[in-house]
Ligand binder design. Sequence first.
Ligand SMILES: Nc1ncnc2c1ncn2[C@@H]1O[C@H](COP(=O)(O)OP(=O)(O)OP(=O)(O)O)[C@@H](O)[C@H]1O
Length: 338
Amino acid sequence: MGDKLLEIKNLITSFRIGDHYYAAVDNVSLTVNKNEVLGIVGESGSGKSALAFSVMGLHTKAKIEGSILFNGKDIVSLPKSELNGLRGDDMSMIFQDPLTALNPLMEIGAQISETLILHRPQMSLKERKDHVIELLNMVGIPRPEYVYEQFPHELSGGMRQRVIIAIAIANRPELLIADEPTTALDVTIQAQILDLVRKLKSEMGSGVILITHDLGVVAEMADRVAVMYAGQVVEIADVQTLFNNPKHPYTRSLLNSVPAEGQDKLHVIQGIVPALQNLPREGCRFAERIPWIESNTHEKDPVLHEISPGHFVRCTCYKHFYFPEEPKEAKVYGNTRG
Ligand SMILES: Nc1ncnc2c1ncn2[C@@H]1O[C@H](COP(=O)(O)OP(=O)(O)OP(=O)(O)O)[C@@H](O)[C@H]1O
């Protein structure tokens, strides 16, 4: 690790609502190394997909500021033709919904071939077909020759998601973005798909951005984790640190809201992520959801603090945070875990 593949610097992605632009990704800086899975977690509306689509250059109406360096080259200002050359080749994305991501009128083999025709035009027909069959094998699709000629509706959800992955990896991308890749699948298929992503990372040495609201998936898959809230990264750390020694009140609230061994009470996070145009833009954005924490514990203009090497936490309120349902003596979380 340590070999930088993607470097996002001060990224601001804003959408126009009425007469104003509102930042859905608000000054985010992140890196992804080769052969690394960066997990991005946060509730719905925290800006995860807006961030991923910015990296892929898939926003047509948004205003993008900052820089996204892919192998050292800024892709924000890249001409469309060059970006099209990268997309599906050096970087690709697995989308949430396997049915809508496939063309219902096109056979599976032809759909996978499309990306090869685009990026590997020199391949002969035979080479292309062989490669597609190899890809179908690689993603664990039984009877690939048969599936090659099937339509998407003839496959189960898990098989369709494997086809999506086959398309995404057809050109051995250096960067793979998986946006909730298993949300639509049942648990056993989920595990198989995650295994597959893991295998691809180790076999191809790709960098992976894994977006999910499922902390279990992150714990299993990610090397490092960024927690996003209201468009900002509020905490980032390697996966062990994040799970054993979480600091930001939002991270702790997320972790405490899923059942864990030996835990008899779950924490319910108050409220929801506000709509984009109503996001608090000043002070600690999470403050309104932890109203029992004294307001003077929040920074006026919260920044990320590196509290140990590679472990960053936004705002100083984490030092004073406790869960209202906790007994008083357990109020300092760091003393009870990790
Ligand atoms: N094209 C758009 N125009 C206006 N607002 C948008 C647009 N796309 C996203 N948003 C808003 O930006 C915010 C962040 O959305 P985003 O989809 O990135 O969140 P997310 O964390 O990926 O959520 P989810 O887990 O539901 O996909 C939300 O408030 C959303 O409504």
